[in-house]
Design a protein around this ligand. Structure first.
Ligand code: PHE
Length: 344
């Protein structure tokens, strides 16, 4: 019995020693170590042995199997290193060739602008509050002083889910209520937050409007916050974001959740206010909607409006990003076209 093991070992190792390529290796492995190979064959004979010999024989076959496997791996490594050495010698591998460049991912242009915004607002003491994309009608509208059937609901065409109480937020403003309730400690603590995120509106998609876009909402609530604080804060942001001498102007406007309300323009940073195609020869670019938080909204956030006041604003970073990079069409942003994305 042990003779058959020794004979097999000898034959196998001799055969392995004369192999010089991968095909030979695979054939050898099948012949000796494969499921129907010689070692398996030996295992198969165990049953026909006298009981007393079975254990010892099994052990030996096991040892043989381990030995052959090791020999195989050694031979494989040797053949590979010989091939590499030969190829280097024969010049099949040109080690002076430049390496294949690795493709690196880039940061989405919209994300870049958001990070810049967040950095600036953080320096000015605003904390980031992440609110939700899927909102309740109550938060998106009603608690923001837009009760059902309020005509101003039509200012924002809405995507509803199958549940009419649940929708995709049309602006980041519902986060105002959530932030006041989450951080205001029942209307006893001042807060200063920005709320960045995606918004959705059921609009005709064109080069200038998309059904999804991002906003950065800002909210400050405190005991003595006045309109001058809003104006000063936004002016400071514009200086840090656009240019140290960026001028800002405020135009009266209307939002149900702020009173008074105003829109904010910054002097066109492309022409310096002289007038160009981008600013449509007005010298100004609209950057935000804003206003003093409506007393009803403060109340809905848990604050007593006779003691607390606040300001809020909502900015649209996409437009800024388009202007900065000369992007002509807003549809590129979420089109997932690598030819566009790889430029950033
Ligand atoms: N939510 C408003 C919009 O999307 C912008 C805004 C935010 C206005 C905060 C005032 C205060 O148009």
């Amino acid at each position: 019995m042990s003779q058959s093991i020794d004979a097999l070992r000898e034959a196998a190792l001799a055969a392995l020693g004369s192999i010089h390529d991968n095909d030979g290796l695979s054939a050898w492995r099948a012949q000796y170590l494969g499921r129907r190979g010689a070692v398996s064959g030996l295992f198969g004979t165990i049953g026909s042995l006298p009981k007393a010999e079975r254990a010892i024989f099994g052990k030996r076959v096991n040892a043989l199997q381990g030995e052959l496997r090791q020999a195989f791996e050694g031979r494989e490594a040797l053949i590979q290193s010989q091939r590499l050495a030969r190829e280097l010698e024969e010049g099949e591998i040109d080690i002076s060739l430049p390496a294949q460049p690795r493709r690196r991912g880039g940061i989405h242009p919209s994300t870049r602008t958001h990070r810049e915004f967040q950095q600036i607002w953080a320096e000015m003491g605003f904390q980031v509050f992440q609110s939700r994309d899927v909102e309740e009608d109550e938060f998106n509208f009603t608690l923001l002083n837009l009760p059902p059937h309020h005509p101003a609901r039509d200012m924002q065409d809405t995507f509803y889910t199958t549940d009419p109480r649940v929708l995709l937020r049309t602006h980041t403003s519902p986060g105002q209520i959530r932030a006041m309730r989450a951080l205001g400690a029942g209307g006893s603590k001042p807060i200063r937050v920005i709320l960045p995120g995606m918004c959705y509106r059921q609009e005709q998609v064109t080069a200038r409007s998309e059904i999804q876009f991002t906003q950065v909402e800002g909210l400050a609530v405190g005991r003595n916050i006045r309109m001058s604080d809003l104006k000063g804060t936004i002016a400071e942001f514009a200086k840090r974001m656009y240019s140290p001498d960026a001028r800002v102007r405020y135009r009266a406007s209307y939002f149900p959740f702020t009173e008074p309300s105003m829109e904010v323009d910054v002097e066109c940073f492309l022409c310096g206010g002289a007038g160009c195609r981008v600013c449509k020869y007005t010298g100004w670019l609209e950057i935000a909607g804003s206003g003093m938080v409506h007393p009803e909204v403060l109340r809905n956030g848990g604050y007593d409006p006779s003691e607390w006041s606040g300001f809020a604003f909502g900015m649209g970073p996409e437009r800024i990003t388009m202007l900065k990079h000369g992007i002509q069409d807003i549809r590129y942003f979420w089109g997932n076209d690598l030819r566009f994305l790889q430029q950033f």
